[in-house]
Write a protein that binds this ligand. Structure first.
Ligand code: GLP
Length: 247
């Protein structure tokens, strides 16, 4: 199997990273107005989404022919729950730009049968192969991408996964009651993520420094699902100085 050395861009701080990622996404959409984007949730992309909304409002970018496929969603969770990723995407992006509702896809946290939902979502990904994947690094030692926790295989595809204790702890900040964090999720698999034509892999903050080093310089294996990104020819790693401090 071939390994590649991703391009690494280190910027001053998280704001500079958000600007850079916004610019890359705008360039992608201008080059291909019907681009297909894979999108993340969590804390890292919030400012990037705010900048994309601004760019849209200033007439710099048009989402009318863009398609988005989100990485993951908690399971089970109601779409109307303020901590669901469906709610998050509406709050931070979908509700403010001219994406067509029929062109936005996210796993259904309300699905009764998560296996059937995984099959449905996998078919969507096959129909809409991503031009650009915007991928962020998970918390602590998880080195997760999407919700591919440690132990995820390189050839994994959309499926239900139990969440790592470190993920539950880190994501508790998004819930009123930390007990409410779902114990599982439906996520794109590692292979699904790697099928994007190009990938932006983003990490900010000192708390991501260990994980970024493990993912970029440690062994490529399931102990760090993000390390599998080094099997992809076209990955740009975008980190702030704090996240890059151990490289
Ligand atoms: C959640 C998402 C992951 C993401 C992670 C990053 O767990 N499901 O796809 O990698 O958040 O979290 P943050 O950006 O809040 O550090």
């Amino acid at each position: 199997m071939t390994d590649y050395k991703p391009t690494i861009v280190v910027l001053e701080d998280a704001d500079a990273v958000s600007e850079y990622v916004k610019d890359e996404i705008v360039k992608q959409i201008r080059a291909k107005p019907n681009a297909i984007l894979t999108l993340p949730t969590g804390g890292t992309p919030i400012d990037t989404y705010a900048l994309l909304v601004k760019a849209y409002q200033n007439g710099e970018v048009d989402f009318s022919n863009v398609t988005t496929t989100n990485l993951d969603e908690y399971w089970p969770i109601k779409k109307a729950h303020p901590s669901s990723y469906a709610y998050y995407m509406t709050e931070h992006l979908y509700g403010h730009v001219n994406l067509k509702p029929e062109n936005v896809f996210i796993p259904d946290g309300e699905a009764e049968d998560f296996d059937a939902e995984a099959v449905r979502y996998r078919a969507i990904l096959e129909q809409y192969p991503a031009d650009l994947g915007f991928i962020t690094l998970g918390p602590g030692e998880t080195c997760h991408i999407g919700f591919n926790e440690r132990g995820s295989a390189e050839d994994s595809v959309v499926r239900y996964v139990p969440l790592d204790d470190q993920t539950i702890e880190a994501n508790a900040r998004f819930f009123d009651d930390p007990q409410d964090v779902p114990k599982g999720a439906i996520t794109q698999g590692v292979a699904d993520i790697l099928s994007a034509k190009r990938i932006l892999f983003v990490a900010t903050g000192e708390h991501k420094a260990w994980g970024l080093r493990r993912s970029l310089q440690g062994e490529i294996n399931s102990d760090s699902p993000a390390s599998f990104l080094r099997r992809h020819r076209q990955v740009i790693v975008i980190a702030d100085k704090a996240a890059a401090s151990l490289l």
